[in-house]
Design a protein around this ligand. Structure first.
Ligand code: NIG
Ligand code: FE
Length: 422
């Protein structure tokens, strides 16, 4: 990957720009998710890493030759870079043996009960140095940049003891310092109960509350607190307790809920003013009611439902009920070993019956909201950070999720810098 020096840019002759906003909103909900702000035959001006103007070619202001690097899009499509508001991409090794076990009939829960799954990754992470973990994670970071991601949230949760959780969060901090991406960090000590606490769950919850959260807050290592509130993991009551303790330390909740069962996590998340509740494979009318008007972003992770063969989250029903929906990848070694947001968008269209416009809004603006970034990221609006994708030549926006196996991301621009894919 090669980063060009920061230079002001004019992208001209854009076949269509997706994701434009004249009056930026924090997120799009219900029927408004169908509006992708498409502008045909357009231009975008980038100054000092920010979008300083956009419009139709005939309105393009004349500028002094030489002040800008001119990029001729020759009819290609430009869209906002993806915002991936839910990943676990800092991990050690991989778990393809469990992939094979699943093919042969074991479920995610059965693998977890045998000490596999998250605990398997925790063992691997424990044996891996901070430096090695950073190196392995940067390979994934460079991969997702090439796939068009411009902002990413990354969770801890494969440490499951204070020292290893802090190790993960320090790796996330180093990624933030060394990659061009906008990075948000989430503390997920309550990802799984470590083996040694099996008969005394309360002691682990006390450890999270009394030791881990204060340590994470003291080093300012996280923006968010997450809990895996689900069958076989943490209960709604435990989640409530952990969220309340973390909020006192300045962490905002974002939780995993209803992946494996009706966990009650949606209500607990909303009651604790969570920024997002994520997964939602099992979501009924009651949860939809709770989410209405809450400010909590329902976030679906189409890649993990697909990979694990879970019921599909009712995204269509949520949008038809007037809710917003965000899409994230869930990039992790157990339930979605891919951070490809374009693929997540395709799965959302193919399986969840979201339209291409809805799915792209969900993976850009709404996912930016779910990581506290929608004022600066997630759309093509004057003043926002210039995080953009220029696609290969495509005939329409719908073609992007339709060609689900094609890499259509030709050029990625992050903070106004063109990133050359090697
Ligand atoms: O979001 N659900 C919990 N956490 C991840 C899976 C983590 C793993 O299996 O390593 C998820 O699916
Ligand atoms: Fe997850």
């Amino acid at each position: 990957m090669y980063f060009y020096a920061l230079m002001d840019l004019i992208i001209r002759n854009i076949g269509f720009i997706a994701g434009t906003e004249t009056l930026p909103v924090e997120y799009k909900a219900g029927i408004n998710m169908s509006d992708l702000g498409i502008v045909r035959n357009g231009f975008i001006i980038v100054r000092d890493g920010l979008i300083s103007g956009w419009g139709r070619m005939e309105e393009m202001p004349s500028v002094k030759e030489g002040d800008y690097r001119i990029v001729d899009a020759e009819g290609r499509c430009v869209l906002p870079a993806f915002c991936d508001s839910h990943t676990h991409l800092v991990y050690a090794g991989s778990r393809e043996q469990e992939f094979v076990d699943k093919i042969k009939g074991l479920s995610y829960e059965e693998i977890a009960l045998r000490g596999g799954g998250i605990l398997n990754s925790a063992r691997l992470l424990h044996e891996t140095s901070e430096e090695d973990l950073y190196g392995q994670s940067m390979v994934r970071i460079n991969e997702i940049i090439g796939q068009g991601t411009g902002a990413v949230e990354i969770k801890s949760g494969y440490g499951l003891n204070t020292e290893d959780e802090l190790k993960m969060l320090r790796v996330i901090r180093k990624i933030k310092e060394t990659s061009p991406l906008e990075v948000k960090a989430t503390f997920l000590g309550a990802h799984s109960l470590p083996e040694e606490y099996r008969s005394e769950r309360n002691r682990y919850i006390e450890l999270i509350i009394n030791e881990m959260i204060p340590a994470v807050a003291a080093e300012k290592l996280a923006d968010y607190i997450d809990v895996f509130c689900d069958t076989g993991f943490f209960t709604a009551e435990e989640t409530d307790k952990i969220l309340k303790a973390a909020v006192k330390h300045g962490l905002t909740p974002k939780i995993h809920a209803n992946e494996l069962g009706f966990s009650g996590g949606v209500s607990v998340g909303v009651a604790n003013r969570a920024l997002s509740v994520d997964h939602l494979e099992r979501t009924g009318d009651e949860e939809i009611e709770v989410l209405k008007g809450s400010g909590t972003m329902p976030t679906i992770l189409p890649g993990s439902a697909f990979f694990l063969g879970l019921p599909d989250p009712p995204a269509r029903k949520m949008i038809d009920a007037g809710l917003p929906v965000a899409i994230a990848s869930d990039f992790n070694p157990g339930s979605c070993p891919s951070g490809n947001m374009k693929l997540a968008v395709s799965i959302a269209c193919i399986r969840l019956k979201m339209t291409p416009e809805e799915a792209i809004n969900a993976a850009t603006l709404n996912s930016a909201y779910a990581m506290g970034l929608s004022k600066t990221h997630g759309s093509v609006a004057t003043g926002k950070v210039a995080n953009l994708i220029i696609t290969k030549p495509v005939p329409s926006v719908s073609y992007i999720p339709y060609a689900f196996g094609s890499d259509l991301v030709e050029t990625v621009i992050i903070r106004g810098r063109i990133i050359q894919k090697l």
